[in-house]
Design a protein around this ligand. Structure first.
Ligand code: NAD
Length: 318
């Protein structure tokens, strides 16, 4: 007889704000039975694990503890949120170079004896570049190396549209694709509520619509992280929840569609870089990358987003 106890192990490398919040959100979801936290800062990771484990009486059975890289080897999902933060006077490229070397050192430790079923989920920014680095260094099939990509931007996009239209976020279907960053592309051509395209829905319900409204919404979504960082120093709650959502999609074998960063293999003529598109995600990682019918403007913006990433990859000599 089944005990009904959920199985599933997640290792989170990087127990900073995003890693610890992801662990908290994951614990609350009841989706896994084991969460190992790993960080170079031993005191910090032990403190986070203790604090979280004291909450286990309030959720479904789950072990939360400070682990080591060995805990990654038999995990269902390894989430990577580890990274350096910007030093005063350091340029974006210098920070990126530092993060690339951290990944070149860290990823082989994660994958040294990794199970053939483990999926790596990269969250550290710039997430598209570091997902690409993780894929290259790990030598794993692309299906098993995913970046959280625009999962968060898509969530923000839906939330802002839902506020504008005054309906629940879950009734909004819309995607942000491309780079997780300034060149991200909100897809208006496929945005809809109850099957009704955005503009039409607004017209039916007497709400403002048209290009100016859409530009304002896109700007609000694009600028959200900057605004939060200005107000409170970092973002971690929504990314923790977005990461939990992706982990659930993987562990529960959901075949769910989400915008995550994946290897481009001919989509819109692009190759050999990581970018977000809607993907079908299940236990094996990426099952399928969906190539939507984009408007001409959206296609151009997506290619432009790819160019931004290609330039960075070239600058880094990857
Ligand atoms: P943080 O500084 O609070 O935490 C980073 C942690 O990584 C620290 O605890 C540090 O000790 C650890 N670390 C550094 N090098 C390590 C190594 N070699 N091995 C193990 N651990 C190591 O930062 P944070 O706020 O948690 O953010 C983490 C990352 O997530 C950042 O890159 C941030 O930009 C990114 N982020 C991504 C998204 C997204 O949508 N993809 C959203 C928010 C934040």
């Amino acid at each position: 007889m089944s005990t009904g106890r959920v199985k599933g192990k997640v290792a989170i490398v990087g127990a900073g704000d995003v890693g610890a919040t992801t662990a908290y959100s994951l614990m609350s979801s009841g989706a896994v039975s084991e969460i190992a936290l790993i960080d170079i800062d031993q005191e910090k990771v032990e403190g986070e694990a203790m604090d979280l484990s004291h909450g286990t009486g309030f959720v479904k059975p789950v072990d939360v503890y400070a682990g080591t890289y060995e805990d990654c080897w038999d995990a269902d999902v390894v989430v990577i949120t580890a990274g350096a933060s910007q030093k005063p006077g350091e340029s974006r490229l210098e920070l990126l170079e530092r993060n690339v070397s951290i990944f070149e050192d860290m990823v082989p430790k994660i994958t040294e004896r990794i199970s053939p079923e483990t999926v790596l989920l990269v969250v550290t920014n710039p997430v598209d570049v570091l997902s690409y680095v993780t894929w290259q260094v790990s030598d794993l099939p692309y299906e098993r190396v995913i970046g959280s990509g625009t999962a968060l931007d898509t969530a923000r996009f839906k939330q802002v549209i839902s506020e504008h239209c005054d309906v629940a976020t879950k009734n909004v279907h819309a995607y942000v694709i491309g780079e997780h960053g300034d060149s991200e592309v909100p897809l208006w051509s496929s945005a809809h509520l109850a099957g009704i395209p955005f503009d039409e829905y607004c017209e039916l319900t007497n709400r403002p619509h048209g290009q100016e409204v859409k530009d304002d919404i896109a700007e609000e979504v694009r600028g959200a992280a900057y605004e939060i960082i200005e107000k409170k120093g970092a973002t971690y709650y929504a990314i923790g929840m977005a990461t939990t959502d992706i982990i659930e999609g993987l562990i529960r074998d959901e075949d769910t569609i989400m915008t995550v960063s994946t290897l481009m293999q001919g989509q819109y003529g692009l190759e050999d870089l990581y970018l977000s598109l809607p993907c079908v995600v299940n236990r094996r990682g990426i099952r399928q990358v969906l190539e939507l019918d984009l408007s001409e403007d959206e296609r151009e913006a997506f290619i432009e987003s790819a160019n931004v990433l290609e330039d960075t990859i070239e600058e880094l000599g990857l």
